[in-house]
Design a binder for this molecule. Structure first.
Ligand SMILES: NC(=O)c1ccc[n+]([C@@H]2O[C@H](COP(=O)([O-])OP(=O)(O)OC[C@H]3O[C@@H](n4cnc5c(N)ncnc54)[C@H](OP(=O)(O)O)[C@@H]3O)[C@@H](O)[C@H]2O)c1
Length: 302
């Protein structure tokens, strides 16, 4: 985003980390800032930083969404806009946070949380007026895809995990992906925003890819079938139902089209039928673009 600085002038006035320390400069920090001792608390950091927008990028806590939820609340309490790439707050507390942002008169943006910056939330909000999202189906977890591809070629689950590690897509604990928790967090985030589901990842019915064997996958392959870890949502009279499951599909099903780190989401809608969003081999640049696009949008709206 460096080359865009003259069109979109901005300054990073402070960075706070857990162990590396905290850096401040109201004139704008360099790309490689010098960190001093960490601020005693996020509240102290925010008071000293005097920023207009907070970008929350702590790791996901899949059990509670914390500490990111508290960080975001501390920003709202100070009248600061918030952008995050952390799916925890959206998966666990979207409805409450949205109300709090409205009450504080600030913007709350999170485009990067499910598709690495490819527009999903903005697509629905800005380009599909009057459309109701009735459900969705998505291949949203890169690690499971890489592991399944490895196993389809006859490698073991452990060798698949190693392949995913080598291309840098696994979380610290790969079982978070394998057991479907990452997909459940993404499903809850999507459903909370697009379908007002007011749910949490714990409420997602979930079965990961851990019980599959290379022999089973090779056998299915020979019958023209393929296994993909899918997150699905559908509206029912009892509310929004969410499910993550390794599904057996025909090999030419569009939901099996993802390879490697690519992700696919199909939205099932009332007025537009099924609409697909595909992100091809996303990396850090795409996530960074998601944050950048949120920042640009906030400036447009205030
Ligand atoms: N990387 C991606 O491609 C990508 C894509 C989409 C979404 N995301 C999401 O974006 C977020 C950041 O990802 P990442 O890959 O940049 O993670 P990361 O490399 O683990 O960095 C996390 C940062 O948060 C800091 N931190 C942790 N706990 C903190 C606390 N309590 N207070 C203040 N700072 C704290 C860490 O500080 P120390 O360095 O000092 O430990 C570190 O600087 C995650 O929620 C991730 O799920 C990432």
């Amino acid at each position: 985003m460096h080359g865009k600085q003259s069109t979109y002038p901005s300054r990073i006035v402070a960075i706070h980390t857990a162990r590396r320390g905290t850096a401040y400069d109201p004139k704008g920090l360099p790309v490689e800032p010098v960190f001093g001792p960490p601020a005693a608390s996020v509240e102290e950091f925010l008071d000293k930083a005097r920023a207009e927008v907070v970008v929350e990028l702590t790791p996901l806590n899949p059990e509670s969404g914390e500490p990111a939820i508290s960080h975001i609340r501390a920003a709202f309490a100070r009248g600061l806009h918030v952008v995050t790439a952390n799916k925890g707050p959206i998966a666990f507390a979207y409805s409450a946070l949205r109300q709090e942002a409205i009450a504080a008169g600030v913007e709350f943006r999170f485009e990067a949380v499910t598709m690495d910056g490819t527009p999903v939330f903005n697509l629905v909000q800005n380009n599909l007026p009057g459309v109701e999202v009735l459900g969705f189906s998505g291949a949203l977890n890169s690690t499971s895809q890489v592991i399944l591809e490895a196993m389809r070629s006859g490698l073991s689950l452990e060798e698949g995990i190693e392949a995913a590690r080598q291309i840098g897509v696994t979380e610290a604990d790969p079982w978070f992906d394998i057991n479907g928790w990452d997909s459940a967090c993404k499903a809850a985030a999507l459903a909370n925003v697009l379908m007002n589901a007011q749910t949490t990842p714990q409420q997602v019915e979930r079965k990961g890819i851990g019980r599959l064997t290379p022999a089973k996958l090779v056998e299915l392959e020979s019958k023209g079938k393929s296994v993909t870890l899918l997150s699905r949502a559908r509206r029912t009279p009892q509310g929004v139902k969410l499910r993550v499951r390794a599904e057996v599909l025909d090999k030419d099903d569009i939901l099996c089209a993802c390879r490697g780190t690519s992700n696919l989401l199909v939205l099932h809608t009332d007025l537009m039928g099924d609409i697909g969003v595909f992100t091809l081999k996303p990396g850090l640049d795409q996530t960074a673009y998601g944050l950048f696009s949120d920042l640009v949008d906030i400036v447009r709206n205030i």
